[in-house]
Design a protein around this ligand. Structure first.
Ligand code: TXA
Ligand code: MG
Length: 321
């Protein structure tokens, strides 16, 4: 069994130094964060960033998130503002990404930002990746470590399942605590949530004390998580169901559902944190077991449930009925 995962490395000091060397050579590694695993590379290097896009089969118009270790380094690349400072003080490091204007003098690869004037930045909380960032003189560009439009990985093994030998080094930081990608908030104008996550619109409102907009469903793609089919497990997904389809699996939530071999409960105690943490893992497991589709029961649309439903809506986009 162990042989399958020869490219997964425990996060010892020696291995973090190895990771640093690989990144400094403009190669790409798998890194753990508290949200999901990322495919990390030197954000100042066009050559590293090109490799990320190629590995992920990511459309070049879809910019990457840049991961920083501290404010001092961020300020070299980005214009900050008051809303940002308030949110930074309350939530960073943590599962939130900010869209801000890029400084014209910034060294961030223009390929990473898809030529945009804005840039998505975040301060990850996972100790392993924070330790890695501390060893580096540049930020890390890291999208989620999955092939474009598929499910994000929540363990080092998921990253290897996704890329096999094409990824030579994954730092093992265990199972991601949150299990869904960071909240994205655009702060270039009135605060606007572009992607729901563990830090909710309510949490943000409590700090900024002003209306928090949420992305409308316009067709303009300014944040590509906004491509319609996304978070796709590889088989059709149907929402708000009471039963599985023939040869299909059933994702449930709460006590009222009985367990059988087709049913996968996100949280018997109806805990949305637990459900978020298990969602992608369970969808991957269902696909691996050979089920032909996934029916999902109704999930409460509040708190972290909004982030779960946002992902599921995109995953089920083609199968509305
Ligand atoms: O939790 C996370 O955010 C993970 C971990 C690895 O940090 N990363 C992640 O990256 O989810 P990715 O690339 O899978 O999703 C980043 C999203 C994409 O939808 C991208 O379009 C959006 O951020 N984005 C990046 N730059 C942007 C910009 N300048 N304006 C608007 N959206 C942007
Ligand atoms: Mg992604």
């Amino acid at each position: 069994m162990k042989n399958i995962y020869l490219n997964i490395y425990r996060p010892s000091l020696i291995n973090i130094i190895k990771a640093k060397k690989i990144i400094n050579n403009n190669n790409i590694i798998g890194i753990p964060t508290e949200t999901v695993y990322g495919l990390g590379g030197n954000a100042y290097s066009d050559s590293a960033v090109k490799k990320i896009f190629k590995l992920k089969k990511r459309p070049p118009i879809n910019p990457l998130i840049i991961h920083y270790k501290n404010l001092k380094n961020l300020k070299k690349d980005v214009f900050i503002n008051n809303n940002f400072i308030k949110l930074y003080k309350n939530f960073c490091p943590g599962p939130i990404t900010f869209i801000l204007y890029k400084k014209p003098t910034s060294n961030i690869s223009k390929i990473a930002t898809a030529g945009k004037k804005t840039i998505a930045i975040r301060f990850p909380k996972h100790t392993v990746t924070r330790n890695l960032l501390k060893c580096l003189n540049h930020p890390i560009a890291a999208p989620s470590a999955n092939i474009s439009s598929k499910l994000s990985p929540t363990s080092a093994e998921d990253v290897v399942d996704e890329f096999g030998k094409r990824i030579k080094f994954v730092l093992n930081g265990g199972i991601c605590k949150i299990g869904l990608e960071s909240t994205i908030i655009d702060l270039t104008n009135k605060p606007k949530i572009l992607r729901q996550g563990a830090i909710t619109s309510k949490d943000i409102y409590k700090i900024l004390k002003k209306k928090i907009l949420t992305k409308n469903k316009s067709k303009i793609i300014n944040s590509p998580g906004q491509f319609k089919l996304h978070y796709f497990p590889g088989i059709p997904v149907f929402l708000n169901k009471k039963h599985p389809k023939k040869y299909g699996a059933f994702i449930t939530f709460g006590k009222k559902f009985k367990s059988d071999k087709n049913s996968f409960n996100l949280s018997k105690n109806a805990n949305l944190n637990e459900a978020a943490k298990k969602l992608y893992k369970i969808m991957r497991e269902i696909k691996k077991k050979g089920f032909k589709s996934i029916a999902v029961c109704k999930i409460p649309d509040k708190g972290l449930g909004k982030a779960i439903n946002e992902r599921l809506t995109k995953a089920s986009y083609k199968w509305k009925k």
